[in-house]
Design a protein. Structure first.
Lengths: 332, 291
């Protein structure tokens, strides 16, 4: 009997147990998690993977059993992704993100950040100037629902009252959550739209700046500019910075799409995308903090000086975190 | 013949990934249809969860009274935000690197350079869905009421969105905008079971049949693999037709032997012959390949 067996059959019989074992391990890691594997199993995995890989190359060269080759290919690929996949713990990833990836991503796009800032400022200046010449322009820049009465026709007293309106602590957390989810969605959109050569991102930044300029004009022309500054900046430093960073990330992507430089377009896009993506994750965190400051901080703190102090504090913190020089770390 | 057409199609979608050990894994790119299927499954799950979640929010708000309304509202808002932005993110971060929809379709996300799939890459590829999925959906839901300029603007907007939505149709690797930016691609890695070796049955019947070398040289690897599939399917009429064809071609008198036994024995014998030549470095592609 056994002399009738083909070499490829004997080969399969010899090695099959290893493959089955690897299959069980990979399935276990995939359906549950890498943590479900015991230490011996973790150690066995690369050994089994390499033996399966060598079996695959032997089978390709010597066996004509199509099903066997298909099985080994799929098993080797699944094991490959596990063996060479993400091997760091969530903790390590978090540390790397906060200490390196986030500030690094932000620092890398300082040029775009300046451009995004300039675009926002341009929007604000143009809106200010237009409303100065004709107050009706206000309604072109600010959604009436959002303004909720804070428009050029409002009396100074009403405006001032709105800035210190405290409705108690009821409804604050809902308000904060709403602000956070809305702003994050806008920021994520500004980033994603950057792919369309950056044009929609520029439009979004201009609109954001114009809205800011329109509101500033209303309050300053009524003589409550200083109070409005405190009301806006307590969360606005964080929020406006986050939106400018999101715009900058979008612009960077758009720039890589349009002008990849001496890299191939595909390489340029994916390289920029990863760095900008890290910065964007940070933007979402910033907006969450801004939502908290806006929802709670602004409603509970009504002193102008305290508001300005918090605003200045956040500005210094972000600047130090992103741009302060730090010791060079050895190359990984 | 469909089997052979399919392998030609599969070869077109095959990409080589050389492992550090120097072996080509020959990965298969997922087709647009498979990815659309996976996306639809995921969207169905998301919409289902949103509906269930909203009902649960209303019920709990009603039961717990007005005072907890705010808490329920916060949880509801955050839940929706997490679902929209975190569903794909969370599932693709697992060892399987696939959402439930992708799992069902046998797909997974992988880094295009063969390295590890980083969290930023997963984040970036899913943020891009804003542009490719949610923006067009919003646009379609907000159809303009009036014609004129509004209508034209709307049409332009749709075309502009369409460029990004249909991007995967226009490149060989089926990359969508998110894949481009994140440096990822979506591969088909179905779980395959180790099927029986068809030569095992042949070894049992081999002694009952005797083939001359000329009879064994009638076919090449391609025909052998078609025969393997016929044997695996075990479909009676096909087995009979194939047995008749082969017997006629090689001029073999089967006598009273069963069709399936004859095919098993012939498969075993041909494979043995082709494999021994394979060892000598000679791969006979098909029956027309004569050396």
């Amino acid at each position: 009997m056994s002399d009738l067996q083909l070499k490829s059959q004997r080969f399969r019989r010899e090695r099959e147990a290893d493959w089955r074992r690897l299959e069980t391990l990979v399935t276990k890691a995939e359906t549950r998690s890498a943590g479900a594997l015991s230490d011996t199993e973790i150690l066995a995995m690369p050994v089994l993977y390499r033996s399966t890989l060598s079996a695959l190359s032997v089978a390709r060269a010597t066996s004509l059993d199509q099903a066997l080759i298909g099985y080994l290919e799929s098993l080797a690929a699944r094991a490959y992704f596990f063996v060479y996949g993400a091997r760091s713990t969530p903790q390590e990833q978090l540390t790397a993100f906060f200490s390196r990836d986030w500030p690094g991503g932000v620092r890398a796009m300082w040029r775009e950040t300046l451009i995004a800032f300039a675009i926002t400022a341009l929007g604000a200046v143009v809106a200010w100037w237009l409303i100065g010449s004709d107050a009706d322009w206000f309604y072109a820049f600010v959604d009436p629902q959002l303004a909720s009465g804070r428009d050029p026709t409002a009396a100074a007293a009403t405006l001032r009252e709105g800035l210190y309106h405290t409705e108690g602590s009821d409804g604050l957390s809902f308000f904060a959550t709403m602000l956070f989810t809305h702003n994050s969605q806008v920021a994520l959109g500004a980033f994603a739209l950057g792919f369309a050569l950056g044009v929609p991102t520029i439009v979004l930044l201009l609109m954001n700046g114009a809205m800011l300029g329109a509101m500033l004009h209303v309050f300053f022309s009524k003589g409550v500019g200083f109070e409005f500054g405190g009301w806006l900046l307590i969360h606005g430093v964080t929020e406006l910075f986050a939106i400018i960073l999101a715009g900058a990330a979008g612009l960077r992507i758009g720039w890589a799409v349009a002008f990849p430089g001496d890299r191939s377009r595909l390489e340029a896009i994916s390289e920029t995308g990863r760095a900008a993506g890290a910065a964007m994750m940070g933007v979402v965190i910033m907006l969450m903090l801004a939502g908290l400051l806006e929802g709670f901080g602004r409603q509970l703190i009504t002193s102008d000086v305290a508001r300005y102090a918090i605003a200045a504090g956040t500005a210094v913190l972000w600047a130090a975190y992103f741009y302060a020089p730090r010791p060079a770390r050895p190359a990984r | 013949m469909t089997a052979i057409d399919m392998t030609a199609e599969a070869r077109k979608r095959q990409r080589s990934l050389i492992t550090p050990e120097g072996i080509d894994l020959r990965l298969e790119i997922a087709s647009v249809g498979q990815r659309l299927g996976a996306l639809l499954i995921d969207l169905l799950i998301i919409v289902g969860v949103i509906i269930g979640f909203t009902i649960a929010a209303f019920v709990s708000a009603g039961m717990l009274g007005f005072r907890t309304m705010e808490m329920v509202g916060v949880i509801w808002l955050l839940g929706l935000f997490l679902l929209r932005n975190g569903y794909f993110l969370g599932f693709e971060m697992t060892a399987r690197a696939a959402t439930p929809g992708k799992r069902i379709m046998g797909l997974r996300v992988a880094s295009r350079d063969g390295g590890r799939l980083r969290f930023e890459a997963i984040f970036t590829r899913n943020v891009m869905r804003e542009l490719e999925l949610f923006l067009p959906l919003t646009l379609m839901l907000a159809a303009p009421a009036t014609g004129g300029i509004g209508g034209w603007m709307y049409l332009l907007g749709l075309i502009w969105c369409g460029v990004f939505v249909f991007l995967p149709l226009f490149n060989a690797d089926k990359l969508r905008a998110g894949d481009l930016v994140a440096g990822t691609w979506v591969l088909r890695t179905p779980k395959q079971k180790l099927l029986r070796d068809m030569a095992d049955d042949g070894a049992l019947h081999q002694p009952d049949f005797a083939f001359t070398p000329a009879q064994l040289d009638a076919y090449g690897v391609k025909e052998l693999q078609v025969l393997e599939q016929v044997l695996r399917s075990g479909d009676r009429p096909t087995v009979r037709a194939v047995a008749d064809r082969i017997a006629a071609k090689i001029g073999y008198e089967r006598g009273p032997a069963r069709d399936i036994d004859f095919l098993h024995a012939y498969y075993h014998a041909v494979r043995g012959r082709l494999e021994s030549r394979l060892l000598m470095g000679r791969r006979r592609k098909d029956k027309f390949d004569v050396a």
